[in-house]
Design a protein around this ligand. Structure first.
Ligand code: GDP
Ligand code: MG
Length: 220
């Protein structure tokens, strides 16, 4: 099948090399287990009405999409969430394109597609369902995409220290672990800035070591 014709507004085709005053455009993946708060986080910060492909959960998916601990959840993302956030006052003016993945492991092929050209990923974690974070963490480690872990602090959930979460997920020291509330725009924006910082540092470290990074800012 012929390759799709790149469109100028396709974030994967936009060079982050800023013209004077133009923001650097970056693609970011928002990942995490089912119910970790991905759709909520994209909706909290997006300045456009987020494009969301939510479907109502039905009895037919009850056996595969466990709602234990998140009984209030009535919908699930079936393709991806898309949102956009401009940060003109960041040290380097940024325009972030956010792609929220569907949480279930069975959508891993789509995670690959959504990760193409991304500068990095946020893995949202619900500590009440920590095991659902293992697959996304391993996924980004395997494809070599820089990521940060953001603990979405749900009401009533036990408050763990970030270092406890790092140990439980067996994360290397270099991976930032931050706490956030996915409903709070400022906190989500802070997580995204932490990721951009981490991605830039990872690219610099990899370049210094003489390796070709699997994803560079030029790809984004
Ligand atoms: N109390 C609380 N509820 C949240 C938070 N983040 C998400 N939720 C709720 O948790 C449920 C699952 O969130 P959702 O964003 O759909 O998860 P996704 O599957 O990762 O996209 C929804 O009912 C949200 O309203 C949070 O930080 N605190
Ligand atoms: Mg969702």
């Amino acid at each position: 099948m012929p390759s799709p014709i790149p469109r100028p507004d396709d974030p994967t085709t936009v060079s982050p090399r800023s013209q004077a005053g133009a923001p650097t455009v970056l693609k970011i993946v928002i990942a995490g287990g089912f119910g970790a708060g991905k759709t909520t986080a994209v909706g909290a910060v997006s300045e456009i009405t987020p494009l969301s492909t939510e479907e109502y959960l039905t009895a037919a998916s009850a056996d595969v999409d466990s709602l234990a601990g998140i009984e209030a959840k009535t919908t699930t993302t079936v393709a991806f969430d898309f949102g956009r956030l401009s940060l003109p006052d960041a040290p380097m003016p940024l325009e972030l394109f956010l792609f929220g993945t569907p949480g279930q492991d069975r959508f891993v092929d789509l995670w690959y597609d959504l990760s193409r050209g991304a500068v990095g990923a946020v893995v949202l974690v619900d500590t009440r369902r920590l095991e659902s974070s293992f697959t996304p963490v391993s996924f980004f480690e395997d494809i070599g995409l820089p990521f940060v872990v953001a603990v979405n602090q749900f009401d009533g959930a036990h408050r763990y220290h970030p270092e406890q979460v790092r140990a439980a997920l067996e994360l290397p020291a270099a991976v930032p672990v931050v706490i956030c509330d996915a409903r709070e725009p400022n906190q989500v924006a802070g997580v995204l800035l932490a990721l951009v910082d981490h991605a830039v540092n990872s690219a610099a470290t990899t370049n210094r070591a003489g390796h070709t990074p699997s994803t560079t800012l030029q790809d984004a």
